[in-house]
Design a protein around this ligand. Structure first.
Ligand code: FMN
Length: 155
């Protein structure tokens, strides 16, 4: 008998490579949960179907000009009208990288998530400057915890 696994969607954008590294590490952590399918996609390649099929979403954005990357906003722009009645209560978590701040990106994504009526699953992670080994361990741990929660349906 085949059982459909719950899906965790991870979307990210990265111009310079830092967020790509973090998102891959997050996905590695999530992959420890064998009962959950992890789908890692650049936001530009993710769409409505990915969103409607997932049981949890993780969003990785660099902070650009005090807010989220444009491609993350674009994902929201493209999916909001069709998804907002269908993803109420979806657990989400954010991870942001930034040169010196990152709080603007978190605030703005949180506002949009409130519009979708998503639920924050875990404490968001904000990494300032070049990621350290400790940061990479923390992002892997966050991915694992998020996937475990999605798998158990506890969020
Ligand atoms: C166009 C641009 C705008 C940026 N604006 C901010 C900013 O407002 N605040 C901040 O803390 N860092 C800012 N940064 C730094 C990036 O957030 C940081 O270098 C991040 O790690 C880049 O991630 P990426 O390599 O995945 O693109 C900016 C970088 C770029 C390229």
């Amino acid at each position: 008998m085949s059982i459909t696994k719950k899906k965790l969607l991870i979307i990210y954008h990265s111009q310079g490579g830092t967020m790509e590294r973090l998102a891959r590490r997050f996905a590695e952590g999530a992959a420890h949960e064998e009962d959950v399918d992890t789908l890692l996609k650049p936001a530009a390649e993710a769409g409505l179907d990915d969103l409607l099929q997932c049981r949890g979403i993780a969003i990785g954005s660099p902070e650009y000009f005090g807010t989220m990357a444009g491609m993350i906003k674009d994902f929201f722009d493209r999916t909001y009208e069709s998804a907002r009645e269908k993803t109420i209560g979806l657990p989400f978590v954010l991870f942001v990288c930034a040169g010196n701040d990152g709080r603007g990106a978190i605030t703005q994504i949180e506002r949009i998530a409130t519009g979708y009526k998503w639920r924050q699953a875990l404490e968001h992670l904000r990494i300032v400057g070049a990621p350290t080994e400790d940061d990479l361990d923390r992002i892997e741990e966050l991915g694992h915890t998020m996937a475990a929660g999605v798998g158990m349906g506890i969020f």
